[in-house]
Design a protein around this ligand. Sequence first.
Ligand SMILES: [Mg+2]
Length: 301
Amino acid sequence: MKANQERQKKNDPNRVEIYSHQIFNATSDIMKGLDKMSFQQSKDMIGKSLRQDYSILEQAAQQNQNKYTAEVAHQVQVDQSLQLIPCPYVKASSHKKYTLVLDLDETLLHYYEINEYDGDLRIRPGADDFLKSLSEYYEIIIFTAAMQDYADWALDHFQNKSCISYRLYRQHASPFGGFYVKDLSRIGRDISKTIIVDNIAENFQLQPENGIFIKSWFIDPQDTALLELAPLLISIAESNVNDVREALKLFRLHMLEQMAKGVMNPTMYLTQNIKEILKKYSESLSATETKLLEKNSQIKA
Ligand SMILES: [Mg+2]
């Protein structure tokens, strides 16, 4: 009786369906496991291959980064007695209304010191194009805390080095608070028309309102920081702003607003709206001026 019941249960179509379902689920789990395993194996293999290819460069970049960080502090101690050369540093006249001061190391390029005798200089993606396109709008000045011999050698690697109007070096920087501060007031250009781009914000601590901090670049071939920055700088020049500090302040506020709204890439959003923002800025300035004029005429009357 019991055996018959068991036989019936096994032949029950519902029971077969349940078994099929269980087998299907078990197979799926195995397949999922296999997928995960294959994926992990592939990932490990790709990772291993990449690590082999890039390990030398990564090591060199890391060593150089550590050395660079150590050097900054060390150099300032060594060069506390550095005699500043008389300012202004550049000739009085410029045919460009605006000046763009650019840092060199980790902003436009990176030099990997593989060993004492050998190294590899790499130019940041888009840097050459950046120099060329921005030189149409700005007088370009390189301001580096590096030694002149190295800086000149490094700058000669740029195809568009002729776009650079002046080169300023360590002797032009002011050692202060553990950094080589780049004092824009010593350059000899109108501070309201000068922008500095540097990967160390402390380097422009004397004129923070004129500064744009750019992330340090060491090796990433996919880096787009200069590409993203160019439209902002071009728009400021094209919009003929009176004071670049006001325009940059506006951009910073706008970017913070976007971040507060949860915009994932406020920089990209910002570059799409630069002209609109500057237009509003000019309109608000005109409105303020008109109000002031009206107020003055009322007082006079
Ligand atoms: Mg730098």
